[in-house]
Design a protein around this ligand. Sequence first.
Ligand code: SF4
Length: 256
Amino acid sequence: MTSLYHDIIFGPVHSRRLGLSLGVNLLPTESKLCSFDCIYCECGWNAEHPGRRRFNARADVARLLEETLRRMVADGTPPNVITFAGNGEPTMHPEFEAIIGDTLALRDALCPTAKVSVLSNATQIGREEVRRALMRVDNNILKLDSAFDETVRLMNNPMGSYTVAETVRNMQLFDGRLIVQTMFLRGECNGRTIDNTTEEEVAAWLELIARIRPSKVMVYSLDRDTPCQTLEKVDKEELRRIAARVEALGIPCPVA
Ligand code: SF4
């Protein structure tokens, strides 16, 4: 069963890696809105969510975030990280840059030690205002699942025009101020075989990582339920072997 986040502010959840993480969902609370339709999306397929597709209002996001941060600080449990994620792609929000500005101001005023993270599929980073906003956050985490357009089509189902070449060019504009996140998996989906763990895939992806030079790379595999039940999880040992090749380039690569 895939699932949606039904609130604008969600969590906080505790994780060993991040500590206490408070989530911000800019996307509809009863639907999914994304420029990708990944075969591993924990929110399910886009087509399963034909409901109302409205972004959450900037004023509501700021008000609810402020209320939650004030409560957490008063309780003596401020978050370690404020993470933009949720039911789709946060950078599609028309006021994304302003919302990041509001969030950083609230963070500075109420819990200055908290980091601000954005989990993004990188489809909007060709827009200057999105890049400006992402340059200001602590963790600008951008997805790149393969070096091959065909594999991206199979894994991520981009809605608009998408090419790896253009995405990599835009990633280079961050001048190292980004973290690349890559999902590794294999299996079948809708009768088509998918595997981004082959030597050809990993070698080509490593070449792009060397060109992008992110501050960090995060590799992971399936965890929770996905819309496609016939996908296979890549085990930690194999992920560690891939991570070691990234680290050989001088780039830290934790295995999630
Ligand atoms: S980019 Fe994220 S939210 Fe969008 S379809 Fe893929 S996994 Fe789901």
